[in-house]
Design a protein around this ligand. Sequence first.
Ligand SMILES: [Fe+2]
Length: 407
Amino acid sequence: MAAVDPDPLARQMVGFKDFYQYLSPTRVISGRDLIGSAGFEFMKEGASRVFLVTDEVIRGTGLVERVEEGVRDGGLEVAGIYDQVPQDSSTEVVESCAAAAEDAGADSFLAVGGGSVMDTAKVADAVFTHGGTAREQEGFMLMPRDGDGMGRPLEVAPLACIPTTAGTGSEVSMAAVIKDHEEKVKLEIADFPLFPRLAILDPDATRTLPPAIAAATGMDAMTHAVESYVSTDWSPHQDARALQALRMIRDNLERAVETPEDEVARGNMLIAANMAISIALGSVHAMSHPAGAHFGVPHGVANAIHLPHVIRFNAEGGDDIADRYRDVAELLGVESGGSGADVGDALAGYVSGLVERIGLPLRLSQVGVPESGIPALVEGAMGDGTTLLNPREPSESDYEELYAKAL
Ligand SMILES: [Fe+2]
């Protein structure tokens, strides 16, 4: 009997999935001059006494004052402002932010900032609403629920976000990452109530973004798009977002870094980052989380360094995976013929070239990671939840090799 051709639609990365879940409940508004409408829009989400969360750098640009005006213009009150969020937020910061909101008599949170500010506001909102410590919020789908814990998750206070970087996509994600200094780990927290109710994408909010941060956060967005497209947790819904995000990153990232006054490029990068975000990630994020926790490597920089190495590793993990990278390569205009290794090499080369052109480092040793740090990084990456979603299962020695190559 002749061998039957395997059904191409039954393959790992193209078939009909036995299960996936997709949700995107955040109302996104995008366009020009939206900061002035912050109050009008946030009122529709149930806010009245708004607590602003930001950092000192953003406050120094004058943006927060314009947001305050926008909140008041809509007839809402500004209950208070917390501007002490550091570049890498922590459990202590979250708790002091929640306490300050409580003292101010706030009923809602408005984050004006990058990933650290938005993640702080999310977890502070959970602590503010449900009590307890920041560490107690840790976990995936573990927030309080109706019906003895089996029903609908309990809402947290209304949360809106105005991202000031185009990268993390935290404004439409239910996940937050917070550093626990004592344990030297990054706590990952995700549940439905943490989806912000409103995201305001206004290119004016990224007007003063330094090019180096635009580059690093842009590479975070690119990493989200690539990793979610090849993740074992891929879905047709997320594929559509990832591919459109990649097109927009291809056309706008370098422009936004080289010409910071280019409002079109900045606006498009905000949208691209917003579309790229997913919690279905992989080994790039698994490697970058411990690099941030142990050596303070900024998240986007760590992703830019790790992405090419993980692409090469994964693309050799089978035809299905290589085909996914081939889609990405074609979309980016990279010659994508040949074996999985060839595709991986070509795409990794494109990414490294882009990283170099936008002025980011390509090696961990350039950002303060010593060779002696590799064992701790490997342990962190093996224990990171995103490792489970990587299309090719990495072993401890694979991670050792990947970090050594990235060093
Ligand atoms: Fe990320």
